[in-house]
Design a protein around this ligand. Structure first.
Ligand code: ZN
Ligand code: ZN
Length: 289
């Protein structure tokens, strides 16, 4: 794992340590023009005391804000901070519970329940309390959505997240992830065959079922599309994403598995082979048994 530059990071956060500075950043964002003249920026922030305004603007300048000939504009580092601010990352996250996600527990068959708390979305069994799925989700993405809209949004977000991590790109830091297929994984999930994606930069460890890890592969997406499945259908709606039941081990050394991707009532099943690097090695359409 890479060691962060603690001092430079603390200095950067220190430059933001006043509500006026955060307001200046937000104002530059909201005015939407590339460069905002000094007087327009000061009027928009509404700070009459120009000495105080200058003091705070100077603190931001060079790191989060850039001074140009005709005014001020956000630097990319300022936009990154604003993304986190508008995502609600630095304020108390809302809580939602008892969401009917529409899937069944692979262990006991009870309905799965979704909940959102402390910035994390989880899908668990309402009965045996097996937790099947957990991912961070931006708090602001929750507040303005009703339950159905939230589930749709989390599904899209999750699938995009998994597409990145299972393509070797860390969804948190942009670092490279090493991927592997593990047959006898020790995890809290009710699964023992997992695809690991580990980030060498930030240390994120992503654990996916074989089904979930291949969900965004073009052959799998194409098969599901042909079977009439909606493109952003939630992963917890597919039983082959929630358990090992559809997985057969083709080889232990090196690890290699087949996964049968099936849709209720379809005559064909897509057999997906995943190699020791956690990636799809081949796919084949077979008759549904
Ligand atoms: Zn259960
Ligand atoms: Zn990372």
């Amino acid at each position: 794992m890479t060691e962060p530059d603690f001092e430079a990071t603390a200095d950067a956060f220190g430059m933001l340590a006043d509500p006026v500075r955060v307001e200046i950043l937000a104002t530059l964002w909201q005015l939407e023009s590339a460069t905002v003249p000094y007087s327009e920026l000061r009027d928009a922030v509404g700070l009459r005391d120009s000495g105080r305004f200058n003091y705070h603007l100077t603190k931001l300048t060079d790191h989060f804000v850039e001074k140009a000939d005709d005014g001020y504009r956000l630097r990319p580092s300022g936009m990154v901070v604003l993304n986190a601010i508008y995502a609600g990352s630095y304020v108390d996250a809302p809580v939602r519970g008892g969401l009917d996600v529409g899937g069944e527990c692979p262990t006991c068959g009870s309905a799965l329940v979704g909940e959102y708390d402390a910035g994390m979305f989880r899908v668990s069994c309402g009965d045996c309390e097996d937790q099947l799925f957990m991912l961070s989700f931006p708090p602001r993405g929750v507040t303005r959505r009703d339950d159905d809209e939230l589930l749709d949004a989390v599904s899209i977000y999750t699938r995009a997240h998994t597409r990145r991590s299972n393509s070797g790109l860390c969804p948190f830091c942009g670092g490279a992830m090493a991927m592997s297929l593990v047959l006898d994984a020790d995890s809290d999930l009710p699964l023992s065959t997992l695809v690991y994606s580990d980030c060498a930069n930030c240390g994120t460890e992503n654990r996916s079922s074989v089904g979930f890890s291949v969900l965004e592969h073009p052959a799998v997406a194409g098969f599901l599309h042909e079977q009439g499945v909606a493109p952003d259908a939630p992963p917890w709606g597919f039983d082959w994403c929630l358990s090992d039941d559809a997985v057969t081990v083709a080889s232990r050394d090196p690890p290699r598995v087949h996964l049968d991707v099936a849709v209720d009532g379809s005559e064909e099943t897509l057999r997906v082979t995943v190699g020791d690097d956690g990636r799809v090695a081949e796919t084949e359409c077979v008759e549904t048994v």
